[in-house]
Design a protein around this ligand. Structure first.
Ligand code: FES
Length: 97
């Protein structure tokens, strides 16, 4: 598990670098969800996308993904983004890469 920050750091969507990889982190309903930041379509920055409940929409061409699973929402046939397990211990947030 890699520490990626404190809970207070994730009140807004945030991109962190872990082991050379950019990870997009989203707080929804009090829980932090992490998926790869590079959009599976053409590498757009998912952490800069619009978030509506559990769905983030890529700012480049509008593909959307469920931040819990990384699954593509629209278009549904598209490859999903890799999702990572998140663990919170006290105030610290960890990610399982
Ligand atoms: S790069 Fe994300 S939709 Fe195209």
């Amino acid at each position: 598990m890699e520490k990626i920050g404190k809970v207070a750091d994730f009140q807004k969507p945030k991109c962190v670098m872990v082991k050379g990889k950019e990870i997009a982190c989203f707080l929804v309903d009090g829980k932090i969800h992490c998926i790869e930041n590079a959009c599976p379509h053409a590498g757009g920055p998912l952490c800069e996308g619009d978030l509506a409940e559990f769905t983030v929409t890529c700012p480049w061409h509008g593909w959307s993904f469920d931040v819990r699973s990384g699954d593509a929402v629209n278009p549904q046939y598209a490859a999903g983004a890799t999702a990572y397990k998140v663990e919170v211990k006290g105030d610290d947030v960890f990610i399982d890469m």
